[in-house]
Design a protein around this ligand. Structure first.
Ligand code: FE
Length: 445
């Protein structure tokens, strides 16, 4: 696995609601003013946002996958309905008003810097949720701005929270990929450089060196996310990290269609959700953690005790208070040894031991670093005014917030700054975390 960003990293959901904010203006905006074709009140359709993951429920579109036909009023949704992306309940939704992009678009059109098209435009590093969200928002503000997206992977668009429920829901690659990278690039008129690695930022000349040549930029945006933090006892060659779709699909292929012994190291959000999902999919899971209970970070909420209780009937063995000393591959299987001398055998080993921000690009460019790429919340600029950053790789006042919900707001802040619109300062908010352990969904604050 590449470490997945914590579960709470949700993305927006199905149909119109799944469209990133930038594109919501046409469908969502008009839908908001559409009128119900049935019903006596003829009230306009409203939208509601999931406070945990940012999924938007649009009454005009309903949620057909959950059995809610188009036109279903939020008030008429059963109380036990769950967010199709992250699983929180109806009570965790709030009324949502789409941003008035028209005003920003008008401002952007008057901005001389962007009206002159002789610029190299914006280069975005990373085609995960943050990178695509920014491309969407920029394109909504400026139809002609040159945008280049550089990504080490294929750039396919998918909802990362689904990776921790995909086995139980029988979602394969076809269902997980919402839009191919190529299709998204065409739709947004973005130049997508897939399977391309960013090597070095030459800040003085405003150029990005990549494995496909050097790209000049007017604005560079770092959206490359974070990486799994592997302790030395977990060699990368011997364990999976599930931080993005590509690695996740490889893991699924390795697991195959028969029941396997899976050992997961780390019982935080990602490890616990994966354990839950793989167990529901028929695999036998051993979950190790240095702490005595899963979800130890939420000890005060007794999350660990509740999850263990809920797992009683699932093939999950939790072993707390242990530290992995060694992983070995022996005749096609893996042996995991702990410092206290316990041994576990497994067909596959998954590391869910947290995230760290890769520092090479940022520090090579001399960007201020504070436990991640330091940005100022007003504009999300780094210490270099031509370089912004958003998503899992940034810190505000030294704090990372590796969740999905802030990304839409961060993209708006950066797009407004780049396009010369009224500033849209970014505000850090306490995260609501939904633990998608389907046997006992928990909401943690
Ligand atoms: Fe949600």
């Amino acid at each position: 696995m590449n470490t997945r960003t914590p579960i709470a990293e949700a993305v927006q959901g199905t149909s119109a609601a799944r469209q990133p904010e930038g594109t919501k203006a046409p469908s969502g905006g008009s839908a908001a003013h559409a009128v119900a074709s049935v019903g006596a009140t003829l009230a306009p359709f409203e939208q509601y946002i999931c406070n945990a993951c940012g999924y938007i429920y649009n009454e005009a579109d309903g949620d057909p996958d959950s059995g809610l036909p188009a036109g279903t009023r939020f008030a008429d949704i059963p109380d036990d309905w769950a967010c199709p992306l992250c699983g929180v309940t109806k009570a965790d939704f709030a009324p949502y008003t789409p941003p008035d992009l028209a005003a920003l678009q008008a401002q952007a059109a008057c901005t001389p810097a962007l009206a002159a098209r002789q610029t190299p435009g914006v280069v975005i590093v990373g085609a995960g949720r943050a990178g695509w969200q920014l491309a969407e928002t920029l394109r909504a503000l400026d139809a002609a701005l040159p945008i280049t997206l550089v990504t080490a992977c294929a750039g396919d668009v998918y909802d990362k929270p689904l990776l921790s429920v995909a086995v139980a829901r029988q979602l394969d690659a076809d269902k997980l990929v919402r839009e191919t990278g190529a299709a998204a690039a065409q739709r947004l008129n973005v130049r997508l450089l897939a399977h391309t690695h960013a090597i070095r930022i030459c800040a003085d000349t405003q150029q990005l060196r990549t494995t496909r040549g050097t790209l000049p930029y007017q604005h560079l945006v770092l959206a490359h996310g974070a990486q799994p933090a592997l302790p030395p006892s977990l060699p990368a060659a011997l364990c999976w990290r599930v931080n993005h779709l590509g690695a996740y699909l490889q893991l699924r292929a390795a697991l195959g269609d028969t029941s396997k012994d899976v050992l997961i190291v780390g019982a935080g959000l990602v490890g616990s959700e994966l354990a839950n999902d793989l167990a529901l999919g028929g695999h036998r899971v051993t979950l190790l953690d240095t702490q005595p209970e899963p979800l130890a970070r939420w000890h005060d909420a007794q999350a660990g005790a509740q999850v263990l209780q809920a797992w009683q009937d699932l093939p999950i063995r939790f072993v707390g208070g242990v530290c992995v000393a060694r992983v070995e591959k022996i005749q096609g299987r893996y042996r995991v040894s702990t410092e206290c001398g316990q041994r576990f055998a497994a067909d596959q080993v998954i590391a869910a031991t947290g995230l760290q921000t890769p520092s090479r690009l940022a520090q090579g460019a001399g960007l201020a670093w504070q436990n991640g790429i330091a940005v100022t919340p007003d504009t999300l600029r780094t210490s270099d005014p031509h370089i912004h950053a958003l998503g899992d790789c940034i810190t505000v006042n030294g704090q990372a917030s590796r969740y999905i919900e802030p990304i839409v707001r961060q993209a708006r802040t950066i797009a407004a700054d780049i396009c010369g619109c009224t500033p849209q300062p970014y505000e850090s908010r306490p995260a609501m975390v939904r633990v998608k352990t389907t046997s006992l969904p928990l909401t943690l604050h």
